[in-house]
Design a protein around this ligand. Structure first.
Ligand code: UT7
Length: 335
């Protein structure tokens, strides 16, 4: 018999520095109106110089452990999803593991961009169900502010992103009377669109050197995005995978109490909700305050839902993503 897995704790952390749309409008040709109308974003958070991704991850992980009433030494494995790693190698998870002082437990980074946290949740769920580990810490952590082109040339991407981290503790649930469970997770990808939203350098595919002054002058170290193409794919794939996951858990869309969508663009999420006839009051968004935090968006949103009493024991919560890769995914959890 497999052991069911449940989420027992959530946590988040965002840096204190608030960057409003008008702050960006002072640095590039954009406006508060344009950003709000097209994306819903009002402000985002940026780290201060010297802060490391692992600092954000550690704060989020500590909050998640506290809410699960656990100590770092109780954890068996750390999975950290990111597209903005602290160093080229090793992964940010190793810097987090050092800070946690959790012993010589395994840790690794997972690279599935904006879908990274739900991919991590799937891996954590499988580890627990297989009996490999009993307690897994799954983290999403991004520092975008040091990797975007804050100029008119880069404005299509720069205005979207923010820094932050979110975390959950996934534990074995051996109690047959406890319905809490990760019920279903579905993961998808379409690598033929990898270059529609990507950062090209540094990358080992660039020969003979991964990075040169010429490449930097061409700004190839900044994200490049075909925004409209990404938007169209997001509003198709997200409803598709959400339906698939709800069906695989053998429940109806109406049974879901709370829908959490990746926070890339409020208009995408409104479009998806309309298509599926999901009432607005069943959706939670925080992109207005944090922008797009990629792999950190869903765990930050989940923590805010848990702490604001939007989630009661027994509720069904759905999490759905779309992002670079392309990658898309959905998870359904009985709280
Ligand atoms: O998390 C990963 C997944 N990412 C996403 O899901 C993002 C998906 N894409 C989007 O959300 C939208 O494509 C954007 C919000 C990024 C852009 O909105 P859009 O309606 O697709 O705009 P566009 O790129 O077609 O550009 C329209 C106009 C252009 O000007 P012209 O050529 O019409 O004169 C752009 O140069 O808006 C201009 N523009 C801006 N203007 C002011 C682009 N970015 C900005 C900006 N401020 N920040």
């Amino acid at each position: 018999m497999t052991t069911r897995a449940k989420i027992t704790g959530t946590g988040m952390y965002v840096p204190e520095r608030v960057v409003k749309n008008d702050d960006l409008a002072a640095l590039m040709e954009t406006s508060d109106d344009w950003i709000r109308q097209r994306t819903g974003i009002e402000e985002r958070r940026y780290i201060d110089p010297g802060t490391q991704p692992a600092d954000l991850a550690y704060a989020a992980a500590s909050n998640a452990l506290e809410s699960a009433k656990l100590k770092p030494s109780d954890i068996d494995c750390v999975i950290l999803a990111t597209l903005s790693a602290q160093a080229d190698f090793p992964g940010t998870s190793f810097f987090l593991q050092e800070k946690l002082d959790a012993g010589e437990i395994p840790c690794f980074d997972l690279r599935a961009q904006c879908s990274g946290f739900v991919y991590s949740l799937s891996v954590a769920n499988s580890f627990v169900r297989a009996g490999t580990f009993r307690r897994v810490l799954a983290v999403g952590c991004e520092v975008h502010s040091t990797g975007i082109d804050i100029s008119t040339e880069g404005r299509d991407v720069a205005v979207l992103f923010g820094d932050g981290a979110g975390a959950v503790v996934v534990e074995a649930n051996d109690d047959p009377s406890d319905p809490s469970e990760i019920l279903a997770v579905n993961l998808h990808a379409e690598g033929r669109h990898a270059k529609r939203l990507w950062v090209e350098i540094p990358g080992s595919g660039n020969t003979p050197d991964r990075i040169t002054p010429e490449m930097l002058a061409q700004k190839r170290h900044y994200p490049h995005m075909e925004g409209r193409f990404v938007f169209k794919n997001a509003v198709t794939r997200m409803p598709e995978v959400l339906r698939e996951t709800v069906a695989s858990a053998d429940v109806g869309l109406d049974d879901v109490d709370l829908f959490l969508f990746h926070q890339a663009n409020l208009r995408i999420n409104e479009f998806v909700a309309n298509q599926l006839e999901i009432p607005a009051e069943k959706c939670l968004n925080n992109i207005q305050r944090y922008g797009n935090c990629s792999a950190a968006s869903i765990p930050i949103l989940l923590d805010e839902a848990a702490r604001s009493q939007r989630l009661e024991p027994g509720n069904l919560v759905s999490m759905t993503t779309f992002g670079s890769g392309f990658s898309w995914s959905s998870a359904l959890v009985r709280w």
